[in-house]
Design a protein around this ligand. Structure first.
Ligand SMILES: C[S@@+](CC[C@H](N)C(=O)[O-])C[C@H]1O[C@@H](n2cnc3c(N)ncnc32)[C@H](O)[C@@H]1O
Length: 302
């Protein structure tokens, strides 16, 4: 493993401990309630886990999730009948996902989670109906290689459903580039400054830096997914509370005004502050997420 991959593993391992250490000890009943809440939260947010993913049609489908985090998304797909394989570079995250499969009893019908690298997937060609990945591939050393690996393991006619960060967004230009990059001076002389500007949370103070974060324009996504067909893209995810400094005051007001949603528990280790309708609308125009859906063409003659 390269030094950079070891750093990636160390960062996501430390963040796992900070965010999720207190959330792994749950019963099957609690997990089922949390999964219903997760699905409901995703519907409110118009998240690709419920929009681009055909939940009603997942039964028996072979789904690969790359970078499952604590396993919330994978558990949701398995709960809808998919045969899910999950692979994460962080051992603890693979274990947390496997534990959820066990609680649901879906390990008995082939759902499994393992440690491994998005850029070197340990699966034969043409293995999966859907490859799903939320907020992962922009954090790996070679995003293009990971997107090509997703292509390789998809069956002909299969679909990639992937979220990558969007450069043409408020969050990139105002919160990160202007506030952190320019005003705090982080963008000068550090090629991975975006990594340093993002991604910490939970109960512990940050001691490890995020080595890599990348953001993409529409054209950049087109290049990454050049060999796929029927590429569709939409933007989502806008939060005023992410504005450095001022955002924390907004967040307090937002929670008082709109409340929190329990659906955040499985994926953030805490309830999710509900978005305002304005934020949802702004997300469609200048959100920080590209929700991407793209097909591997069927084999000729099929
Ligand atoms: C921002 S978290 C997203 C977790 C989850 N998908 C979610 O939406 O809650 C990024 C995840 O990507 C994983 N990751 C980063 N680089 C990876 C790689 N090269 N291969 C596999 N997983 C990777 C990390 O361990 C972490 O679980």
């Amino acid at each position: 493993m390269t030094e950079e991959k070891k750093d990636i593993q160390a960062f996501w391992g430390a963040l796992y401990d900070s965010l999720y250490a207190d959330t792994t000890d749950i019963t099957r009943e609690q997990l089922l309630v949390a999964l219903d809440a997760l699905e409901d939260m995703f519907r409110l947010r118009e998240h690709m886990a419920v929009v681009e993913m055909p939940l009603a049609d997942l039964n028996g489908k072979r789904v690969l999730e790359i970078g499952p985090g604590a396993g919330g998304h994978s558990a949701l797909f398995a709960h809808h009948g998919a045969i899910v394989t999950a692979i994460d570079i962080t051992e603890a995250r693979a274990e947390a996902t496997a534990a959820k499969f066990k609680l649901l009893g879906v390990d008995e019908r082939g759902c499994r989670a393992m440690q491994g690298d998005a850029e070197k997937l340990p699966f034969p060609d043409d293995s999966f109906d859907i490859v799903y990945s939320n907020g992962v591939l922009h954090h790996t050393s070679d995003t293009g290689k990971a997107v090509d690996e997703a292509w390789r393991v998809l069956k002909p006619g299969g679909r990639a459903v992937i979220m990558l960060y969007c450069k043409s967004s408020w969050h990139y230009w105002i919160n990160m580039w202007l506030c952190v990059g320019v005003l705090k001076g982080k963008a000068f002389g550090d090629i991975n400054w975006l990594g340093r500007a993002t991604e910490w949370g939970g109960k512990d103070a940050q001691t490890v830096e995020n080595p890599i974060t990348r953001c993409y324009t529409r054209g950049g996504i087109g290049e990454l997914f050049g060999r796929y067909k029927n590429l569709s893209l939409r933007k989502g995810e806008f939060y005023f509370y992410l504005i450095p400094k001022l955002g924390r005051f907004y967040r307090r007001w937002q929670i008082k005004r709109y409340g929190t949603h329990p659906g955040g528990f499985l994926v953030y280790g805490e309830p999710w502050p509900m978005q305002s309708p304005l934020e949802r609308w702004l997300g469609r125009i200048m959100g920080f997420a590209w929700f991407i859906s793209a097909e591997k063409p069927p084999s000729p003659g099929s």
